[in-house]
Design a protein around this ligand. Structure first.
Ligand code: M6R
Length: 614
């Protein structure tokens, strides 16, 4: 949540910052702002409520000349979205400006103390408290900005990534992180700073991921020094980015979400590459092979995740139980962390997160580590916190996902969970070689099959018109299709703002069946699997009550096709692989419904892609 950009160099500061903010807008977009040290030696802050495009309009007639600046796109935590609460924030004397991503939990105590010392506050944010605290310490202790930041951060409880500018010191940016991401790009005589590497990937591929508790002093003239809160110097570990600029552009699509849906044949290919070998007969997952004893000895697997990643995790439960015969529990990370969980040292905990930065998932990892469990991470963003905080893991390799609604990351996560299950089954001998090979071969065909499903797009677009004005939707599935129903409902909710509920199809008769009528579409995910006959009954039950049914069925299905009002046919697959195939038409359905309603699918209201606060 919230995106930070900073730049120190000879380039056009404002242009670099604005472009960077657009790239980070997926992190939050209720207000935006920039702070520039002007040639007149003053810090000028321009900020406004709304998206980055509003800020650009606001800045159109301003003097933006500068050689150093910081910028921010906000997802509100303390204080409503407004011009005043937008970042950057000044200290009262206007000497320092700060941008912040995270939450200062003890801000009230700090604010009260500062007020007693005569500070006046202008916004409702916790960030302004930090700005005032740093300046108060600098003035009282007559110390450098770096020292004041260090002393202030020692008093802070909570999460932060910050960038600070000082009026009288236009050759320096101070940056620090604790539980919120921050990465420094090292260019040719210039430095970049950002919440992720996307704002500077076209300028440099060299970067340093700041670690928790570290403070960076970025000085003009190619000097970067990193210390910790105790002023001990840290080693500078330079990473070379593999990301390309084309991955960050829409590539001719009207929205990132649509581009990402259509990318899935390729992203799944990338996800599978090198992991399914010998024509499907052998599965190689390094993170598992390197820790065989942990997976052989595991008494239980605990999966922790949030949102869409939790839905992938629920599928992981079905996959792991089926293939590896290990008990699996799936927990919302936000519940797990406060539930006094019973974790054994023989448990393997799998944390799933696209961004690798979700605060609750990170907290769950710490709890599992403390209890002595082996923690394995599944993430998309290379170098993010979750891969760094876990003992081993596996990237999904689907490339940057920018649309707030997760699509290609979901199918990538499910793919990786399938491969992990096969790899563990191979290790524990819970599937025969024939069984592994049968699924392995089908996995290799998945990209082509997803391509076929994408050919339904025009049909789904036409169908979406029928459903656009429904006020409620019910999504039903059984077995492997139940998490798909949950995910389908979440996709619709988050981008079209239509209420939708995912339910296990057989549970429907214990309550939700009362809701069924012509007005409420029921989407039923019903591929040919071992529960097919059962779900046919559920389809009949909905129809008998006058329900309006859209069913996702296997190609050639005649039974459900005769009962449902509309059907979308998908290719036949082994049961464990059907979720990847059946989730794609649901992504498209949500997309087109949201478009028909004129919604901003890439930046739905109130949401942010990366939830780095509780
Ligand atoms: O980055 P993560 O996978 O940890 O994010 C978890 C959720 O915030 C995320 O999946 C969210 O539910 C998506 N917007 C759903 O499309």
């Amino acid at each position: 949540m919230c995106g930070i950009v900073g730049y120190l160099g000879e380039g056009n500061v404002y242009d670099i910052l604005i472009k960077g903010l657009h790239r980070l807008e997926y992190r939050g977009y209720d207000s935006a702002g920039v702070a520039l040290v002007g040639k007149d030696g003053r810090i000028n802050i321009f900020k406004t409520k709304g998206k980055v495009s509003n800020l650009e309009a606001f800045c159109a007639d301003k003097n933006l000349d500068s050689s150093v600046g910081i910028a921010h796109t906000r997802w509100a935590t303390h204080g409503e979205p407004s011009d005043t609460n937008a970042h950057p924030h000044f200290s009262e004397d206007g000497n320092i400006a700060i941008v912040h991503n995270g939450t200062i939990e003890n801000y009230k105590v700090l604010k009260d103390a500062l007020e007693q010392h005569g500070c006046t506050f202008h916004s409702e944010t916790d960030t302004e408290v930090l700005a005032q605290l740093i300046e108060y310490i600098r003035l009282t202790n007559k110390c450098s900005l770096l020292s004041a930041v260090r002393q202030a951060l020692k008093q802070v409880v909570g999460a932060y990534a910050i960038a600070v500018l000082e009026k009288d010191n236009p050759d320096t940016i101070i940056a620090a992180r604790q539980s919120s991401p921050l990465v420094i790009g090292i260019g040719d005589g210039e430095f970049f700073l950002a919440s992720d590497a996307t704002p500077f990937v076209e300028y440099t591929k060299e970067c340093v991921y700041l670690k928790d508790g570290e403070i960076a002093e970025i000085r003009r003239g190619e000097s970067l020094k990193i210390t910790n809160l105790d002023n001990v110097e840290a080693e500078i570990d330079v990473t070379t980015l593999k990301m390309s600029i084309s991955q960050l552009e829409k590539g001719g699509y009207p929205h990132f979400m649509l581009k990402e849906i259509f990318e899935q044949p390729d992203t799944l290919r990338d996800c599978i590459r090198g992991r399914v070998v010998d024509r499907g007969s052998r599965i190689i997952i390094n993170g598992i092979n390197d820790h065989k004893d942990k997976f052989l000895g595991a008494k239980r697997i605990v999966i922790v995740a949030c949102g869409t990643s939790w839905h992938a995790g629920l599928l992981g439960k079905y996959l792991l139980q089926d293939m590896c015969r290990i008990p699996v529990v799936v927990e919302y990370a936000s519940e797990f962390r406060y539930s006094n969980p019973v974790i054994d040292k023989d448990d393997v905990v799998i944390a799933i997160s696209q961004s690798g930065e979700t605060a609750d998932t990170l907290a769950a990892i710490q709890i599992a580590k403390k209890a002595g469990a082996f923690v394995f991470g599944i993430s998309n963003v290379v170098g993010s916190s979750i891969p760094r905080e876990t003992y081993a893991g596996c990237y999904i390799h689907v490339g940057p996902e920018i649309g707030v609604a997760s699509t290609k990351a979901f199918t990538g996560q499910v793919m990786v969970l399938t491969l992990i299950s096969l790899a563990i089954a191979q290790l524990r001998g819970t599937l025969t070689q024939d069984e592994i090979e049968q699924v392995g071969k089908a996995v290799l065909k998945i990209p082509t099959y997803v391509q076929r499903v994408l050919e339904l797009a025009d049909r789904i677009e036409r169908l979406s018109l029928i459903f656009t004005y429904a006020r409620n939707f019910l999504y039903l599935g059984r077995g492997y299709s139940y998490p798909v129903a949950l995910e389908g409902a979440l996709k619709l909710k988050e981008i079209s703002y239509i209420h939708a509920e995912g339910y296990p199809a057989a549970e429907m008769k214990h309550g939700p069946i009362a809701l069924i009528d012509q007005e409420m579409p029921t989407v039923i995910i019903a591929p040919k699997d071992h529960l097919y006959e059962k779900i046919v009954s559920n389809v009949q039950q909905v129809k008998a009550r006058g329900g309006n049914i859209l069913a996702i069925v296997t190609e050639g299905d005649t039974v459900i096709s005769n009962i449902a009002d509309h059907v979308l046919e998908v290719p036949e697959m082994p049961e464990c692989l059907t979720p990847i195939i059946t989730s794609v038409p649901l992504q498209l359905l949500s997309y087109y419904i949201a478009i028909n309603k004129g919604k901003d699918v890439d930046m739905p209201r109130n949401l942010a892609k990366s939830v780095t606060v509780e």
